[in-house]
Design a protein around this ligand. Structure first.
Ligand SMILES: Cc1ncc(COP(=O)(O)O)c(C=O)c1O
Length: 441
């Protein structure tokens, strides 16, 4: 079985030199949690510049959906590179953008006809959704959720309510957005318990919010992650989306699903909203869509995407290389990888539930498919977040050759590429166990 190989102290000598350069020349706004300087990668295995080999359970923040440098994806990019690198789908037509739009529009759930808009990132996909919702409804108010991460451009950032540092010094942002509690049942904002709560958090929108401060007829859209990503991989209970969607429809409000992290097969279905039986009006996609090439897509019902020529565009959006990478990615997801995500996700969650029996600090284990997180607590009864423990566990895992990232305030996420093999899941689990043992005792 292939195992990580750590041959130098971390960071190694080459990594140290590059990090010094980075510190001098690269924006200090990035949040590196450990000193990994990547040289090359294949599948789930990442080589650093000193020859150390790591098992990657981050997939470049849930983005290398088909694994690093999948041969099918690389081949599609290379052959497109020989034909056309760029022409701008904004002003001209070219085959890869048209074909991908058709594919995305037809594979989106629901019977309504759809169209696609292309940008380069998750933030741009959300930004486009935000603008389209405003354009189409002419309504000025919007609803989003605490804990949500929708991106960092000014519009997307206005919808984001993840960490204050992301918003600090950027006000005033886009006005008219009300953030409300997500269905985070492990830490219910209303101190209630599902299902006895009767989905109070959803009905509160109509019974309190619309009645007191936010006139429903002025609300253009509800922006919601099917499963909250950066906020802590929070899976809402059954009925949450369905009930909220019903309320939205009753008041002519658009339901916008931010599938940037949860979409493209990661949860075992192409779109995470499919787990909840809701078809969103508008959907934002990015991350896993093109296996690591920059691409964002906003898919909307044709009757909603009725904005006029010139109302929104981007020079690089729908770049031919990214579109070809996306076509190859989708083919791989449809063939086997989505199924693998479901299967290996179960193996991973099963292993984590086993570890939870031993480690008191594993307060909650949750997820769907390969969107899995462990919430670390000081005490299972009080659920006091073990925020200090999280970076230590992540760092220890890194030193042992396992790459993981945090999410939420005190959770560790596991979001490997969808090609992950059973043996790689087991290796991840055993390194995670060792790291936990060493940090938590
Ligand atoms: C749900 C969600 N929406 C939007 C974004 C923003 O994507 P990007 O970083 O590509 O702009 C992210 C990124 O983590 C995300 O998780």
């Amino acid at each position: 079985m292939k195992l990580p190989q750590i041959k130098t102290s971390l960071p190694g000598p080459r990594a140290k030199k590059l990090i010094k350069l980075d510190k001098a020349f690269v924006s200090p706004s990035y949040t590196r949690v450990y000193p990994l300087v990547v040289d090359k990668a294949k599948g789930l295995w990442v080589h650093d510049v000193d020859g150390n080999i790591f098992l990657d359970f981050t997939a470049g923040i849930a983005t290398n959906s088909t694994g690093h440098c999948h041969p099918r994806v690389v081949k599609a990019i290379k052959s497109q590179a020989d034909r056309l690198l760029h022409m701008s789908g904004t002003d001209f037509y070219y085959t890869p953008q048209i074909i991908l739009a058709e594919k995305l529009a037809t594979m989106a759930p629901g019977r309504s006809a759809r169209r696609a808009y292309f940008g380069n990132s998750g933030a741009e996909a959300v930004e486009a959704a935000f603008k389209l919702a405003r354009w189409h409804t002419k309504r000025e108010l919007n609803i989003a959720f605490f804990g949500a991460f929708h991106g960092r451009t000014m519009g997307a950032l206005s919808l984001t309510a993840s960490k204050a540092v992301q918003k600090k010094n950027y006000n005033p942002l886009v006005p008219g957005i009300t953030h409300i509690p997500y269905a985070y049942c492990y830490r219910c904002a209303y101190n209630l318990t599902y299902p006895k709560c009767g989905l109070y958090c959803v009905h509160w929108v109509e019974d309190t919010l619309f009645r007191t401060t936010v006139p429903a007829e002025e609300v253009g859209a509800i922006f919601v992650e099917p499963i909250q990503g950066e906020g802590g991989y929070i899976v809402p209970p059954p009925g949450f989306h369905k009930e909220l969607y019903k309320i939205a429809k009753k008041h002519g409000i658009l339901y916008v699903a931010d599938e940037v992290q949860s979409g493209m097969g990661r949860t075992g279905k192409m779109f995470a909203m499919e787990h909840f039986g809701v078809t969103a009006d508008i959907m934002a996609l990015a991350k896993g869509i093109a296996s690591g090439l920059p691409l964002g897509a906003m898919i909307a019902k044709t009757k909603i995407m009725n904005w006029e020529a010139g109302s929104h565009a981007s020079t690089f959006g729908g770049n031919p290389l990214s579109c070809q990478a996306a076509m190859a990615t989708i083919e791989l997801l449809e063939n086997n990888l989505m199924k693998n995500a479901e299967k290996q996700g179960k193996r991973l969650m099963g292993g984590l539930f086993e570890l939870q029996k031993t480690f008191e600090c594993m307060g909650d284990v949750r997820g769907k498919g390969l969107m899995v997180a462990v919430e670390l607590v000081k005490d299972r009864e009080t659920k006091e977040p073990a925020t200090g423990m999280r970076p230590r566990v992540i760092k220890r895992a890194f030193e042992k050759g396992l790459l993981v990232l945090g999410c939420g305030e005190n959770s560790i996420r596991f979001c490997p590429s969808l090609t992950v093999k059973p043996g790689e899941v087991d290796t991840c689990l055993s390194i995670f166990e060792e790291a936990l043992k060493e940090v938590a005792g």
